[in-house]
Design a protein around this ligand. Sequence first.
Ligand SMILES: O=C(O)CCC(=O)C(=O)O
Ligand SMILES: [Fe+2]
Length: 447
Amino acid sequence: MSTSAPAKQNPKKNPLKSQLRRLLHSIADGPPYCQGTRSLPDIDFSLFYGKEGNTGRLNLSSATEAQLQHLADACQPATFGRAQQNVHDEAYRKAGKLDRTDFLLGFDAERTGLVDIVHEELLIPRSKKKEAISAELYKLNVYGPGSFFKAHVDTPRSEAQFGSLVIVFPTAHEGGALAIREHRDKGKGDKDTKEWTFDTSTLLAECTEPSIAYVAFFSDVEHEVLPVTSGYRVTVTYNLCWTDDQEPLLPAVTTLRTLLDDPTFLPDGAVLMHGLHYEYPLKAHEYAEDGRKALTDLTARLKACDAVVYKVAQELGLPARLGVLYETSSQWDDRPEPVVLCDRVIPFGSKSGMTIRCYGGEIMYTSGVHWITHAPEYTREKESYMAYGNEAAMMTTYWQIYLRLSVGPHGDRGGEPRLKSLGKKKKRSPGVVSVGEGQAHGETVLS
Ligand SMILES: O=C(O)CCC(=O)C(=O)O
Ligand SMILES: [Fe+2]
């Protein structure tokens, strides 16, 4: 065994970078799911099902193949949501379902303590409050041989819904693993895909006591049920919801609050930039005010961690604005700025500082800012857009949108940052500290 100590990092070397990394991790924390198995008393496996005239009863820990076949026959084909409609398409989803009104089950997610477990494993440290979530029984599904559900995200059935909980019963089956995938933007147009597999047939086969397997995940995370190769995979799904209007206490609030209280963290204040993690389609606007409104309206539609950063800023009283990052085609002004943040969406082709100003665009400089997420990637005029000729300006497309947070000096964090060092070092533009999965482009020019 090696006895050599690991090389010591000098924490003083770049404390700002590690502070910002802490902030980034508190924004997008942990895997988007939790899973496990749990042994249960016999009564929890009792299932009564069916419609009048065709009912059945079985124990899901000891059901025979004939009983499971009867249950499968009592089901209706499972549908899924496509363009605001429930559709049945066996190329996409092949499974049977029973609505809540057509079955009674001994198992109850709240009573068994599973909701508390999900709360601990999936949400903490995202939320501190217990009793903050509830699990609402949604459906029973039977995946017989050859059944599957292709990659999808779950349609939220209310604003309060944030996740799904799937319980898999110990009926004999092979295949039917659940794959969960997260696609993260690495910056520069690259995506990084992480995949986790929840193989229930193997997990349940390893249990010595009658047990269920559970998995809970955020509704907007892509997931897929791989084909069942033999037997019957029986599940119940629950919608996981916030139970009250109280906002969950976000770890990013705590982390950023702690940093803001620390006099060594950006003592003169600074501008922090968060590249939005998700994509949002926006039209290019011919009229300046429309282009600006498109961005202010977007603040209400931000998703997941993007909404978290915006809410954190609001909660801590830090001015926060969305902007589109543009590459400037020529040098203009007295400042060499390769990219600028503009407070509105303007037509393609209008990317020099002059034309941005003609559209009434307010330009926010990017020298000396700190990038919380990946370093800048700017909205380019892509050749493919030109194919639309003079329609291009009307096109709806995805833009590189950034959230700009203004942090005042220590003691006045809601105020204006002191940008005194900017002038001195402006030639080193763009000065950035990048802690995302992207790359550091240089040094900070602030603090
Ligand atoms: O059965 C599973 O593991 C997942 C089911 C699912 O994704 C759904 O019902 O939306
Ligand atoms: Fe799903």
